[in-house]
Design a binder for this molecule. Sequence first.
Ligand code: ITT
Length: 200
Amino acid sequence: MNKIIFASNNINKVVEIRKILEGKYEILTLNEAGLEIDIPEPHDTMELNALEKSMTIYKLKGTSCFAEDSGLEVDALNGEPGVRSARYAGTHGDDARNIEMLLHKMQGIENRNARFRTVISLIENGRNKFFEGICEGTVAYQQKGENGFGYDPIFIPLGLDKTFAECTSEEKNAVSHRKKAINKMIEYMLLKDNISENKK
Ligand code: ITT
């Protein structure tokens, strides 16, 4: 099976993406690729941060790899936390405080519309391609559910009446931003592989 490095230190993302790509591609984590590295995310767009992560790893390893930058965009907060989702309350990856901060800012706000957005940067032979995935929904008034990670306990995807944290991984993967972006990337990679097969 083809192997590809996923340039992420977020084990929850790795688990979700492994499940989505099961049987199609083997995902190597940074650790498994022999890299212990914390890649900075200094930019103010998901595109540039995803590219920073994938390009950093490509330069170190020289093999195909991809990275993703993702976040929750809330309409009533002008798209916040957005690109700052992982560190909204100050400390990177403090999910509990990030949720607390978001619910606090949304007190008294009736427009709960929001979306998860993921941007993947895939680098092959030094060239970059972006893939985007969006999942529309609303921000709940309180946390519910134990599954998933990040803002899952307060995000209700459109068409369901429960939070992502109340969903099974199959239910989340059926509609998630990450699944949509990964699907686009797989379609692109398979098409390209077919084209180069036909040229032989
Ligand atoms: P890497 O950069 O190492 O991949 P990270 O956690 O720093 O991991 P991001 O900078 O892309 O990743 O931050 C994404 C944050 O957005 C993440 O920490 C969550 O708070 C939130 N997030 C993204 N996707 C999510 C999902 O499917 N469910 C819940 N929260 C999500």
